[in-house]
Design a protein around this ligand. Sequence first.
Ligand code: WTA
Length: 650
Amino acid sequence: MAREKEITSVLNERRLFKPKKEFSKAAHLSSLEAYKRLYRKAEKDPEAFWAGLAKELSWFKPWKKVLEWKPPFAKWFVGGKINIAYNCLDRHLEGWRKNKAAIIWEGEPGDSRVLTYQDLHREVSKFANVLKGQGVVKGDRVAIYMPMIPELAIAMLACARIGATHSIIFGGFSATALRDRINDAEARLVVTADGGYRKGEVVTLKEKVDEALKETPGVQRVVVVRRTNTPVEMQADRDFWWHDLMKTASDQCSAEALDSEHPLFILYTSGTTGKPKGIVHTTAGYLLGTTVTARWIFDLKETDTYWCTADIGWVTGHSYVIYGILSNGVTTVMYEGAPTYPQPDRIWEIIDKYKVNILYTAPTAIRALIKMGEEWPKRHDLSSLRLLGTVGEPINPEAWMWYHQVIGKGRSPIVDTWWQTETGAIMITPLPGAIPTKPGSATLPFPGIAADVVNREGESVPANVGGYLVIKRPWPSMLRTVWKDPERYKKQYWSDIPGVYFTGDGARRDKDGYFWVMGRVDDVINVAGHRLGTMEIESALVSHSTVAEAAVVGRPDELKGTAISAFVTLELGNAPSDPLKEALRAHVVKEIGAIARPDDIRFTENLPKTRSGKIMRRLLRDIAAGRETIGDTTTLEDYTVLAKLRQEEE
Ligand code: WTA
């Protein structure tokens, strides 16, 4: 971990935007005072605070104990029985909501489907029976590798309904990445599709599943949705069409009464050491966290049409396309394809078409849309929007201002929400009717969340001093462990700084207590809002026959936020060339997926290393960004390496 230096901040943003009176009046939380009162109440007795909110969920059996905390292992609502699919579906069927749109879906080619709560309940119950019919029982893992189509939502909710733990693998991942994740989770069934649409092209999925399944001994069944009509091979006794199985499935399937701590899902995220970590979330606490945050932060109203542009393959899609939104009985928009296809105004067109009220997206998407020019949003009526949100990386104040003025017309508050796969739900965020915003700051912690910025010893640092972002107490939606690796959970999150959860991010608080998140302090690169482990990309490069060694770093990029720069040392007998660069890029795409494609590759004879042999990525970051090396270089093994790298640059 790069901890040689204090983290310094260069951002000095002074603009302040107070919530508009009309917005505040109608909001769940309508003043800074109200927020502070609630925050204080939660601080006084966190367990009572969360328990009070948990009462609003539908329980099969009440809990006996709110929290059992054996650091760093937490159990919430111990002894309770609950089902998240029941909370997202069944309980809305009792009143008029049964015929309300649960999912409004738009396919990339322009097709569209609407599923009411009743429709979704029926499809989920049927698919739950399909899973049972294929031998899936409570506690089994099901891998889901799908495009953004309603069947993805149906599949995950069906798993939750019967207590199968889902592991959703983003559809952009390669067969190799899929294979590793399937094997780590020991999934016995895979749900996929023939393909999905992305930028007018078909992205094949079943084909990659076939490739992955050559080396996944545990998988017995594959269920395939027909989406693109792409020819696929169906292996007898293993592969079945979704529509065939659904034809005969009963729509009666009661939701299992699951233990509060029953594992709901595993979601893989990159770590510093390379091997992806299976982040485990359980049922009741996760449901509580996502439900309450969604309601207060997006200020959800019964009549809202809400759209989060994230893919369900990432945690944002889990928590804020599906679970936290449906549990509130709100209408969620789901879109299959690229936000700029077939034209750069697709996102604005969809907002206009469905009269979207709340838009939740990523800074990287905002930057891409800014680049397209203002004429695109101007072609559409965006007046339905009343609230905007961002997530995934720090948003630079310029992009924030554009979002505020061009999209929000200066009216809509922006909620810049900080959280992680590990936290399950949003942790630091404005509450839009209550907390004044500053462009680039995620503002204040959600009530009940004990966030702080500390030094290595775990002591709070003074205002405007950079430090490590930590959470000082367990919270209901926190990860419970790393799948099959509790030691790694302990070491990764609870060891570096004594007694607290370390987020891995650097941050500072200003004199108003506002948090300014500065990004990861370690080597994980955040590209286009997604966390990629440098080690994974390096390993992919090194697996190519010509490559001896590789180091990957992030470099600032106007559009993507961060671009991937790879430094590659070739094995003797191989000469650097442009075709080889192309081959290496293609190789990484094959190994990991297109999101990991290096933006630039530089060949070098040597990499800068410490005396103990560790690659000094910090120095490479400077070179990649074209900066002078200002940091400490005393541990550098061979100074001439740096000089050579810079020469090769010219
Ligand atoms: C970064 C995504 C600044 C941060 C939900 C975090 C942010 C990592 C913000 C988690 C934000 C996310 N401001 N940085 N509003 N939101 N991050 O697991 O570095 O994909 O640790 O979860 O993204 O990424 P993950």
